[in-house]
Design a protein. Structure first.
Length: 62
C-alpha cells in the first residue's frame, strides 16, 4: 500500500503541475489542480485499502 500510495500521489502532483504548465495557467491554478488530483488519489487509495483488507484482513498475529 505504501508503494502504491506513493506512486498515485506522485502521478497526481505531477499531473497537476504538467497541466498547469502546458496551458500556462500559473502557480495558483497549478497548486489547485495538484490539490484536486491529490483528493482523487486519496479517494482511490481508500477504495483500494477497503478491497485489499476484504481479501486479506489485517490482524495483530504473525
Amino acid at each position: 500500500m505504501v508503494l502504491v500510495g506513493t506512486e498515485v500521489f506522485g502521478v497526481a502532483i505531477a499531473g497537476g503541475w504538467a497541466i498547469a504548465g502546458l496551458f500556462e495557467l500559473g502557480h495558483v491554478v497549478g497548486y489547485v489542480l495538484m490539490g484536486l488530483f491529490s483528493l482523487l488519489a486519496t479517494y482511490a487509495l481508500v477504495i483500494l485499502w477497503k478491497r485489499c483488507t476484504a481479501v486479506e484482513p489485517i490482524s495483530g498475529r504473525a
